[in-house]
Design a protein around this ligand. Structure first.
Ligand code: CP
Length: 307
């Protein structure tokens, strides 16, 4: 299937995953001359804060020999503040850039952008919707760390309702075989029914448990996430879900020796810093893998190699 935009993980089949991951392995060694895009310009348009996604996309583009233009607080410092629509903004940027990475606070905004764009649009997170390139780098990290993406038990922990990274990863796991999911979330933020239905259709079993230690004891991958303060209507609601599932040395003791602990980051206390020294703590390596996966995605989209 021709790829013009990256909006949601449902776009990807197993062959796409293999292509992206193999290309990311090449990029890890540095982009060869034949895979560089020196005349291309990437626009990064972020209506919500970001460290990893924006900077890793920009780093990826520069490492491919391309150029970057950026608005890092588009909600305030683009013409959105004057009332310009996302659609109009994207049509304008079409004249300035060869691809657009957009993060927006509204679910569905990246899709709206893609519908009016002649150049590739990449969803860098749309509210509580999806974060497809994060899911790709997460699965790539699992493959790189454990040598496979099939036949794994994966515990997703934390805010599974608003956490778009956990939602997108769970959906992407429908492209694997033999995996099992365990959901560990505060009662107010369970995994959504839309994701559960996708897993049911794909035959991926899942269970819910409030018992973090029993979940991590059987897991090959523990994927911790932040409780997203900015998605709750009130501070009281946030506080009711916050601080329930902490990963510290005692939880690491319960994990298998050959397992990994991941987190899309940023963390706000849900993994204690002493855990960082444990070789199974993969979250900083995970964040660095974002550059290689995003180099692969940009190269594939900008050169038409993915059509
Ligand atoms: N993982 C992630 O999306 O991080 P940022 O919010 O810093 O981009």
């Amino acid at each position: 299937m021709a790829r013009r935009h990256i909006v949601e993980v449902e776009q990807f089949d197993r062959n796409d995953l293999e292509l992206v991951f193999e290309r990311a392995d090449v990029m890890r060694q540095g982009a060869p001359e034949t895979l560089r895009v020196p005349s291309k310009v990437l626009a990064t348009v972020f209506y919500e804060p970001s460290t990893r996604t924006r900077l890793s996309f920009e780093s990826a583009m520069l490492r491919l020999g391309g150029s970057v233009i950026s608005t890092e607080n588009a909600r305030e410092f683009s013409s959105a503040i004057k009332g310009e629509t996302v659609e109009d903004t994207i049509k304008i940027i079409n004249g300035y850039a060869d691809a657009i990475v957009i993060r927006h606070h509204e679910q569905g905004a990246a899709n709206r952008a893609a519908l009016v764009s002649d150049v590739p649009v990449i969803n860098a997170g749309d509210g509580p919707g999806e974060h497809p390139t994060q899911a790709l780098l997460d699965l790539y990290t699992i493959r790189h760390e454990l040598g496979r993406i099939d036949d794994l038990t994966i515990a997703l922990v934390g805010d599974l309702r608003f956490g778009r990274t956990a939602r997108s990863l769970a959906k992407l796991l429908t492209r694997t075989t033999g995996c099992r999911l365990v959901f560990v979330s505060p009662p107010a933020v369970p995994m959504g029914d839309d994701v559960r239905q996708m897993l049911d259709t794909a035959g991926i079993p899942y269970t819910d448990t409030p018992d973090l230690k029993s979940a991590v004891a059987g897991a090959d991958v523990v994927y911790q996430t932040r409780i997203q303060r900015e998605r709750f209507a009130t501070e009281e609601e946030y506080q009711r879900s916050s601080g329930i599932y902490l990963i510290d040395a005692s939880v690491m003791d319960a994990m298998k020796p050959k397992s990994i602990l991941m987190h899309p980051l940023p963390r706000v206390g849900e993994i204690t810093t002493d855990v960082d020294a444990d070789p199974r703590a993969a979250y900083f390596r995970q964040a660095h893998n974002g550059v290689y996966v995003r180099m692969a995605l940009l190269q594939l989209l900008l050169t038409g190699d993915w059509s």
